[in-house]
Design a protein around this ligand. Structure first.
Ligand code: AMP
Ligand code: ZN
Length: 461
């Protein structure tokens, strides 16, 4: 069955045709490691993992590269402001290499907890300066750049078209610019590809341009080229990469080889919090650790992300996390229920579930529909090992680690269980006063009580 992918380049859902039938080559823009990833960032890597798993489920092998940006990413994507690593180094009174090491490891630990499969190649920018230098020199030789005293700029006017992903022309970019544009640039869309390091800059290398460092956009182009060649299949990132970072990657690749580097460009939409933006100043920026401290295991956040398609914004609320927690629990219980099965089930029923699931995931990763098939399997009244195995197979895509799930002993003491039962009866009778009273008793006894439309969870505080 063919896989359909929404391609930002053509703004259409297309049948996916790999360059090589056996191995898909793919590049994902990775994190800039100057601080802890927030849960919005992590959505981007859950999407990346979802895509990996769907491709593998379809029988493909992967050669997948993700970069770690540990130098060169200035505070704004459009090359303004300080280097993010240098800024963090000042903030924490460390050197930028220590910052990179620490936050890279924190990031990898987070994605491991979320059961994100690590890409085959994780490429750190600072370990690829030679490839970047080779790449930038060829862009210069091909006549796509100009130099000022301290910067090599990419000259976007040399391209037949700049802006093919976001479909914006240069006038629109001027209108949208937030700051006066750097007067050293010939065109507003030009960008730095190689930058002379100021005296106090710790991350710098001896290069054709003196002591210098690479521009952020150049890193991805050069590392993608090194591992995947001039052209590969899929390039992923967040929607914020469309108007600048990925336009610039395409520009560089055209300047380097004359080609668009990837055939399919996929972008994940943003996570919102309570309908708005996440930000430190609003005090609503959460990390995975914050969620854990609030009693949500990381896989609950993974489950939460399946409630929306990656191309739609998703709204984070703790109510939605509570529902995801109940749902994950229900899936695990359903998985165990089927392991007790003796009755058998027709193969045609299994086949039908499989087809529906495959159709959903191959429709541009339609996870909400795929999950509805999962629930049909869970709820099937016939207990059957075949259904359990089917859930295990689906879990190759879901990544919820069902195979390692063991029945949790119900640790609630009898007295508490009795109160929970009484409260459930009160709720069923819409006797809210009684239900609230019992909840207060439970809280007093040291238990948290969370109601959602999926059910109630009672846990020791
Ligand atoms: P950065 O480390 O800042 O380069 O960002 C890492 C990734 O997180 C990028 O792919 C961004 O597109 C993505 N990202 C940033 N904020 C959000 C958000 N609120 N929701 C989803 N993805 C985001
Ligand atoms: Zn990138």
């Amino acid at each position: 069955m063919s896989i359909k992918i929404f391609n930002t380049l053509t703004r259409k859902k297309e049948d996916f045709k790999p360059l090589d039938e056996k191995e898909i080559r793919m590049y994902s823009c990775g994190p800039t490691v100057y601080y802890f990833a927030h849960i919005g960032n992590l959505r981007a890597y859950l999407f990346m993992d979802n895509l990996r798993r769907v491709l593998k489920y379809n029988g493909y092998n992967l050669k997948h590269v993700m970069n770690i940006t540990d130098v060169g990413h200035l505070v704004s994507d459009a090359d303004e402001g300080e280097d993010k690593m240098m800024k963090a180094a000042k903030r924490e009174n460390k050197n930028p290499y220590e910052i990179a090491e620490f936050y890279m490891n924190a990031f990898l630990a987070d994605i491991d907890k979320l059961n994100v499969d690590r890409p085959e190649i994780i490429a750190r920018a600072t370990e690829h300066i030679d490839v970047m230098e080779e790449y930038v020199k060829k862009i210069i030789d091909n006549g796509f750049s100009y130099q000022t005293e301290d910067t090599v700029y990419f000259d976007t006017s040399k391209l037949d078209k700049y802006g093919m992903l976001s479909n914006r022309n240069v006038d629109e970019q001027k209108a949208g610019a937030r700051v006066e544009f750097d007067s050293n640039k010939k065109n507003i869309s030009d960008f730095a590809i190689w930058i002379k390091a100021p005296e106090n800059h710790i991350m710098k290398w001896d290069t054709f341009f003196g002591k210098a460092y690479p521009g952020w956009h150049l890193e991805c182009s050069a590392m993608g080229y090194k591992y995947l060649g001039e052209q590969f299949d899929i390039h992923t990132g967040g929607v914020d990469h469309i108007p600048i970072h990925h336009e610039n990657e395409i520009a560089q690749s055209k300047g380097f080889s004359g080609k668009i580097p990837a055939n399919y460009w996929m972008h994940v939409e943003f996570l919102q919090i309570n309908g708005g933006k996440m930000s430190k100043s609003l005090n609503n920026l959460y990390t995975l650790k914050d969620l854990e401290e609030k009693g949500y295991e990381p896989l609950v956040y993974r489950m939460f992300n399946f409630t929306s398609n990656y191309r739609a914004q998703i709204n984070f609320t703790f109510d939605a996390m509570d529902s995801a927690k109940v749902a994950l629990n229900r899936l695990r219980e359903g998985y165990l229920k089927h392991s007790e099965g003796l009755d058998d089930i027709e193969d045609s029923v299994i086949k039908e579930y499989e087809e529906k699931f495959l159709e959903a995931i191959n429709d541009d990763l339609n996870m909400p529909v795929a999950m509805s098939v999962v629930w049909d399997v869970v709820k099937n009244p016939v207990k059957s090992k075949k259904l359990q195995n089917l859930l295990l197979k689906f879990d190759e895509v879901l990544g919820l680690d069902l195979k390692n799930y063991q029945k949790q002993e119900n640790v609630l003491p009898e007295e508490i269980k009795k109160l929970v039962k009484e409260r459930n009866v009160a709720r069923a009778n819409k006797n809210w006063a009684e239900s609230d009273r019992i909840r207060d008793v439970l809280i007093e006894k040291g238990y948290t009580v969370k109601d959602s439309k999926e059910g109630t969870i009672v846990e020791k505080q």
